[in-house]
Design a protein around this ligand. Structure first.
Ligand SMILES: [Zn+2]
Length: 163
């Protein structure tokens, strides 16, 4: 578990192998992070599936209350899954593919390396007839996740006294 969290930090901070504190130091740093960010870190960078349910619930509670908690949980779940597996399926996140012997910009993601989730995919994932209806709230959930992820990186760097 500690090793997993250590690995999480290395990925989350984009570390080189020589710039690694002991995993236990990094767990200490995680204690100072707001809860959603810490859960997001565990989920994405440590592949810690146990963080998923609490992460969904916390994110759902942060979404605007104009829809019921059941729907907000589905939206949170959808956004979190998209965020964890965000790589373009065609180029596996590279942004380029081989065309014969030449490297070309990936058509599917236009070079971003990120997968664009269609309303159809979202409808299937959320088991609703028209996920397009929820696109704004899914976008809002993504903004909250990205904010929490960025904040976590900042706090952890500060805790570990990094430039
Ligand atoms: Zn691509």
């Amino acid at each position: 578990m500690r090793e997993a969290i250590g690995t999480a930090f290395n990925k989350g901070l984009g570390d080189s192998p020589e710039r690694q504190e002991a995993p236990v130091t990094k767990i200490g740093a995680l204690a100072a992070v707001p809860r959603l960010g810490a859960l997001c870190y565990r989920l994405k960078y440590a592949n810690d599936a146990r963080a998923f349910a609490p992460c969904v619930l916390l994110l759902a509670k942060k979404l605007p209350r104009k829809v019921g908690i059941g729907m907000r949980k589905r939206i949170a779940e959808c956004a979190l899954k998209e965020w964890v597996a965000d790589g373009c399926r065609a180029c596996l996140g590279a942004g380029v593919t081989m065309f014969g012997a030449r490297k070309v910009v990936c058509d599917m993601c236009q070079g971003t390396g990120k997968h664009r989730h269609s309303d159809w995919e979202r409808s299937r994932a959320m088991k609703v007839p028209d996920a397009g209806k929820w696109a704004k709230l899914i976008g809002e959930a993504h903004r909250i996740i990205v904010g929490a992820d960025g904040m976590t990186g900042m706090v952890v760097r500060f805790q570990l006294e990094r430039p």
